[in-house]
Structure formats: C-alpha cells, structure tokens
Design a protein around this ligand. Structure first.
Ligand code: PDD
Length: 285
C-alpha cells in the first residue's frame, strides 16, 4: 500500500482523508503539478515549483508550503514508496471552509495539500514511444486560462475517451482553426527539419517539458518556430510529437486518420526523446 501526504502527515493511502467541503472537490478550486521520477530522482523539480507558484498567484491563492519543504515531501514519498520510475502528483486547493459557497473562504482558511506517487516501471522505455501514437482532433471548449494548471480536467478527460472510442490514443484540441495543445500535453509538428509548436499565451499550458525540449533542440542546432498550426498542416507534416512530464517526448504517427511519413516515429521526435531523457537524468535531483 502506498504512503501518501495530506496536510503535513504521511499516511497509508486508505487512511488519508479530506473534507467533503473541500473547494477542490466542490469547485475544482485547486491547482496541481505532475513531476516525473527517473532513477528514483525528480525531473525538473524547480520548473514545476516555479509554475506551481505562478498558478497559485494567478488564482489569488497563498502558497501553504515552502519550496524546500515541498522538495522534501516529494523525495520522502519517492523513497518510502520505492519509486524508481514514475510520477509524483501534487495538488493544492483553497481548502475546506465548512460549507459550500461561491465566494472564496476567508484568507486564513487552511489550504489542502495532497501528494501521492504513481509507480510506472518502464516509463522511459515505453512501448508506445517506439510505436508512436494516434490522435484525433476535437474542438477546444475549455476555459480561457489554460496557462493556469487547475484541476478542471473534465473536458481533457472526455477528449481522451473520444479518442479511445475512435481507436486512437489522444486528442489535439483546436480553437479558431488552430491546434492549441493535446488533452494533457503540448503539440508539435516537424516540417523540413523545422520544429513547429504553438507560441505561449493564456491559450495553452506552459509545459515544463516543452521549455526543456525547446532548449535542448536549439542547443542541438535544430530549428524551432513558435507559431500556431492547423490540423491540415499537421496532416501534411513530416512528423509530429507531443511533450509532457508523464510521457516526455511522444511521437505521433497518425492525425485524424492521416498517416505521417511511413507511420513510424520520426527521426526528430526520436532524437529529441533521447536527448531529453539523457539530459534530464543528468540534472535530476
Ligand atoms: N499534464 N498541456 C496540458 C493541458 C497538460 O495537462 C500538460 C501536463 C501539459 C504538459 O506540461 P508539462 O510538460 O509541464 O507536463 C501541457 C500532466 C502531465 C497531467 O495532467 O498529467
């Protein structure tokens, strides 16, 4: 049984409890982070801590835990649960004021801090990354502040189910004709050796993996263009991929039924995955 962390305590998962009045539960009034673990170490902890602070600030929420303490909780959970490859999930909500009310609770309402691990042996060497995945496109009907990592994940969750129903793995969301991002990842295409991905704005999550991958790509003299692209352009691309903390760099081999290249992971995505894994392992803490 896993050990999890709830509000300052390490507990067996079946003993961990939060209030039915928690605003995360009633209002999706909470933010989260997912940090991957390789070789028992955290990948890009700093990046996730910085984005967490930004999400909290944007929502007018306080940060109930210092970066040092947060790192210690991450490490302790990885240690106790013996995670070699996997994830640490972190969620902070505006707390449980003791009743349901649309208005924010008083500032001194204790916030809820929950962390747990997910054991994923073989995460770095995943079969999917060797085969590539298939995506469908769906309309992006999420709210307008996708740069804040909130726990409002119903539509992304529905998007994955729509993809599954069509025999695919994931969905890329489209707004005003342009791809925003994947349901839980950032989207890229490659044309003529150039890596194209949507520019940062409030329309997409500012992926921590995205930032690292673009930096590594530039260091490897690969050309990067940050701009929007359409599904039609993506279907005509040489290759495509997505990035996230839980999948690293994942090749995409089919978009809305159109096969990319020869239907196997492209060379740019494959190379970037290798570089990302190598460099991240070196910098893991
Ligand atoms: N999702 N875009 C969205 C909508 C996401 O939910 C995520 C991450 C990303 C990639 O961000 P990062 O590289 O920082 O993981 C982009 C996490 C992994 C999840 O919900 O499980």
């Amino acid at each position: 049984m896993r050990t999890v962390y709830v509000n300052g305590e390490y507990l067996p998962e079946n003993e961990a409890k939060i209030s039915i009045f928690d605003r995360g539960f009633l209002m999706a009034d909470g933010v989260y982070e997912v940090t991957s673990v390789l070789d028992g170490k955290l990948i890009d902890f700093d990046g996730h801590a910085v984005r967490l602070q930004r999400s909290l600030t944007e929502l007018g929420m306080q940060n109930p835990i210092s970066k040092e303490d947060l790192l210690e909780v991450h490490r302790e959970l990885v240690r106790t649960n013996g995670i070699n490859e996997g994830l640490v999930y972190l969620q902070i909500t505006r707390g449980a004021p003791g009743d349901r009310d649309f208005a924010f609770p008083p500032e001194d309402t204790p916030q809820t801090v929950v962390l747990f691990t997910q054991d994923k042996p073989g995460l770095a060497d995943s079969a999917q990354s060797k085969k590539g995945i298939k995506v469908i496109s769906i309309e992006d009907i999420r709210w307008g502040r996708r740069d804040i990592k909130t726990v409002q994940l119903l539509y992304p969750s529905m998007g994955k189910m729509m993809a599954k129903k069509e025999g695919c793995d994931d969905a890329w969301m489209v707004e005003d004709g342009y791809v925003t991002e994947g349901t839980s990842n950032n989207a890229y295409i490659v044309k003529g050796g150039k890596i194209i991905t949507r520019q940062l704005s409030t329309d997409i999550l500012h992926g921590i993996t995205r930032a690292a991958v673009l930096r590594f790509a530039k260091e490897a003299q690969m050309e990067v263009e940050e701009r929007s692209f359409t599904i039609d352009e993506a279907k005509e691309a040489d290759e495509a991929f997505f990035t996230s903390a839980s999948a690293f760099v994942m090749p995409v081999v089919e978009i809305d039924g159109a096969t990319l290249g020869d239907g196997t992971p492209g060379s740019v995505a494959t190379r970037l995955r290798e570089i990302y894994l190598d460099e991240s392992r070196k910098m893991a803490i």
